[in-house]
Write a protein that binds this ligand. Sequence first.
Ligand SMILES: Nc1ncnc2c1ncn2[C@@H]1O[C@H](COP(=O)(O)OP(=O)(O)O)[C@@H](O)[C@H]1O
Ligand SMILES: [Mg+2]
Length: 252
Amino acid sequence: MKPILRLDGICKNFGGVVAAKDVTFSVLPGEVHGLIGPNGAGKSTLMNIISGIYTADKGSVFLDEKDITQVPPYTRARMGIGRTFQVPRFLQRSNIRDNLLLGTDLGNQMGYLNSFLRKKGTDFDAELQELLEIAKISFDWSNDISGLPFGKLKLLEIVRSMLGHPRVMLVDEPAAGLNNKEIEYAMDLLHLASKKRGIGVLLIEHSMDMIMDICEDIVVLNFGEVIATGGPEAIASNQLVIEAYLGGEQDD
Ligand SMILES: Nc1ncnc2c1ncn2[C@@H]1O[C@H](COP(=O)(O)OP(=O)(O)O)[C@@H](O)[C@H]1O
Ligand SMILES: [Mg+2]
């Protein structure tokens, strides 16, 4: 199968810090690929390079085998690279539906206008309803979004990204701050995204249970370098991975 996302020889330094060193891997459509490693390993940096927030010093990013290395972030979003943030980002003092609608094409005024006109009707609402049922979230549409608890906001980040119909979804630590039930709902959403919609999901997550449960393939980073790739079982028993984690110790 052709990868939907491919990184080739990505390098990124911040001053003397090596955040990415010759990173090469790909994500297949319909699969969940885990991106794991100790704190500071370079996971978020890679996501920022894929979404175009950071520019790589060297190497290329391909979306559906098209070189997008020089494409600006808002264009990448419109081309089908969706993302969520570690800390939920929503417009305060604005209602929930508008937030989600706006998020379907965030960062691009024309895109927003288009999506607003296109998705204003029943399709948008039907899809939103379906996703909210999976996330087990119900509320009054007109409620201010700042009234929602953190766990629900994190789930809404995934919902918002899915509403944009991306081809690739970059999901940064969705389980952090969620209770066990909410983690299940997050996994249900990611399962729907990958298995039913064919989206290629790149998942950063500290919860090894979630990674082992949902990922077809896992990339392990340490000090910016890929130290292992493979399925959950191979990764769990890989000596380099075990050492990187035991050596790194503490979490966020
Ligand atoms: N904007 C930045 N400026 C300077 N250093 C950065 C920046 N972003 C990340 N880094 C550094 O790059 C390394 C990798 O960080 P990051 O990608 O956030 O790791 P992870 O997400 O795996 O915890 C860290 O040493 C971090 O301090
Ligand atoms: Mg991070």
